[in-house]
Design a protein around this ligand. Structure first.
Ligand SMILES: Cc1cc2nc3c(=O)[nH]c(=O)nc-3n(C[C@H](O)[C@H](O)[C@H](O)COP(=O)(O)O)c2cc1C
Length: 198
């Protein structure tokens, strides 16, 4: 992809900012807001955890029957926004969302705590939970008992997605609201770098 050989590599800058935030954020430096929109153009946003990033993009996991997944099955263009209070930095990412290879999703699922695996199995994410939270706990306990010590495989309705960056903007807080904004745009297999007014 674009930036591997390119000395203007926004993924490398992201890595530097992320590692810095990892040292100073209270928790979840990998948390960011994912914005999607539906076919009518209505936007929706929610927090997710980016579990990995590399030259392909930003990887997260979710239920494929959720509202967000319904959105990106119809409109693959999404946005991510990271904000780290402790470092005064923001990163905005825009681009299409694509599927993570199954094997990678299997490996990640296998690495999760057993209870989290069961949680993914029983959650019909974003659907109505008619019996309230106690109903969810009950479903969890029933499934846990049913599974015993059996190995839990990744269910087909849960997988990983990659947000492929077409634009990455780095925002750094400065005095007097003279914040620095650097926008990288993918162009002809390279990254174009531009500065924006705050
Ligand atoms: C800090 C944080 C991290 C989250 N990480 C994820 C995640 O990685 N994947 C996910 O599907 N939901 C995650 N959630 C839950 C989502 O915000 C959201 O409630 C859920 O995915 C349903 O969203 P939807 O109805 O728009 O699909 C997280 C929530 C918080 C607060």
């Amino acid at each position: 992809m674009k930036s591997k050989q390119n000395k203007l590599d926004p993924i490398k800058i992201f890595e530097k900012w992320y590692l810095e935030a990892k040292k100073s954020e209270l928790n979840n430096p990998n948390a960011c807001c994912l914005a999607t929109s539906d076919l009518m153009g209505y936007p929706s946003a929610r927090m997710i955890l980016v579990k990995k990033f590399d030259e392909r993009g930003f990887i997260f996991y979710t239920n494929l029957n959720s509202k967000k997944a319904e959105d990106f099955s119809r409109n693959i263009k999404v946005a991510l926004c990271f904000h780290w209070k402790s470092t005064g930095k923001q990163v905005r990412i825009e681009g299409p969302v694509i599927d993570l290879p199954d094997q990678e999703a299997d490996d990640y699922f296998e690495s999760r705590e057993r209870e989290s695996q069961i949680g993914s199995l029983v959650s019909k994410q974003s659907k109505l939970l008619t019996d309230g939270i106690s109903g969810l706990d009950k479903e969890f306990m029933i499934e846990k008992r049913k599974l015993g010590n059996k190995k839990i495989l990744r269910p087909s309705f849960w997988s990983g997605k990659i947000v492929v960056p077409e634009k990455i903007e780095f925002w750094k807080s400065r005095n007097y609201r003279l914040h620095e904004r650097i926008l990288f745009t993918a162009f002809n297999n390279e990254w174009k770098k531009e500065y924006l007014y705050p």
